[in-house]
Ligand binder design. Structure first.
Ligand code: ADP
Length: 272
């Protein structure tokens, strides 16, 4: 912990090339699902990948990856490895009912320990699933974790776009570059292979345009995503050839392009 409540220094992770936060203005838009499947798609592209579930109040990684919790750290070394990626979740060690009373500084301390004391090895990408929203905990995490950039997840509905704007503003405040916006549950691909726009599609792209940040791509809605999430084997691992998994493969490219484009430099401020 930092002495006398002064600003804590940023965590240094010299063996990790890119630390990417996946964030959303509110819960339920598929942030954790996108974080997990993006991590898997990056690993499928040949990269060394870690996934850190920092969503302390509602950790999803244990269920999405079928890890019974809490785990016994004496017998199970952390981070765990599943489907070729390294995993850490607050849920592995802290039951959510205990975590709900945690405040920003405690979350920050736990996160610091997970990032600096666990043997992550050398990674190309560490994907960090942030808690939803733009409160204290999120702000602390965004300030102290050495984030290369943030991916904002939204859905086509207007209401979540309003929340996504808050997310954009928060990262702008702590000067974390926005890599771009992903629109999840964007459209439906029928058995005929055709694309059906069941919601008012295109909101994510519109928001990206308004905010002057890149639009990274859209992910279709598919009931198997939820089944896979509940069943402990995420969609990209279970159905690698599905339209959803292909959308994640495309997302890998746009995210990588943005990371390479910023190359550690600061992006211009978000126009909000
Ligand atoms: P968040 O992290 O934003 O709270 P989750 O990742 O937990 O959201 O997703 C919320 C629910 O939506 C979960 O049941 C998840 O399986 C489901 N879901 C997410 N993305 C999709 C999708 N593209 N198609 C169908 N269901 C999805």
């Amino acid at each position: 912990m930092q002495p006398h409540g002064g600003p804590a220094p940023k965590i240094s992770l010299p063996n990790i090339k890119y630390v990417v936060a996946v964030a959303s203005g509110k819960g339920g838009v598929g942030k954790s699902t996108v974080a997990a499947n993006l991590a898997l798609a990056l690993a499928r592209s040949g990269a060394k990948v870690g996934l850190m579930d920092a969503d302390i109040y509602g950790p999803s990684v244990p269920i999405m990856f079928g890890v019974p919790c809490p785990i016994d750290q004496q017998t199970t070394p952390l981070p765990l490895e599943r489907y070729g990626i390294k995993l850490m979740s607050m849920g592995f060690v802290v039951p959510p009912e205990r975590a709900v009373i945690w405040r920003g500084p405690m979350v920050d301390r736990a996160l610091r320990q997970f990032l600096t004391e666990l043997p992550w090895g050398t990674l190309d990408y560490l994907i960090m699933d942030l808690p939803p929203g733009t409160g204290d905990a999120q702000l602390t995490l965004s300030q102290h974790a050495p984030l290369t950039g943030a991916v904002i997840v939204t859905t086509p509905q207007d209401v979540s776009l309003v929340d996504a704007r808050k997310g954009l503003a928060m990262f702008s405040e702590v000067r974390v570059p926005i890599l771009g916006i992903v629109e999840n549950m964007s459209y439906f691909v029928g058995d005929d292979g055709k694309r059906y726009e069941i919601f008012r599609h295109g909101g994510g792209k519109k928001l990206a345009g308004l905010a002057g940040v890149p639009f990274l791509g859209d992910i279709p809605i598919d009931p198997r995503v939820a089944e896979c999430g509940d069943g402990g084997e995420p969609m990209v691992a279970r159905y690698p050839d599905s339209p959803v998994s292909k959308a994640y493969a495309a997302l890998v490219n746009t995210v990588r392009e943005q990371l390479e484009a910023i190359g550690g430099a600061e992006l211009p401020e978000v126009q909000m």
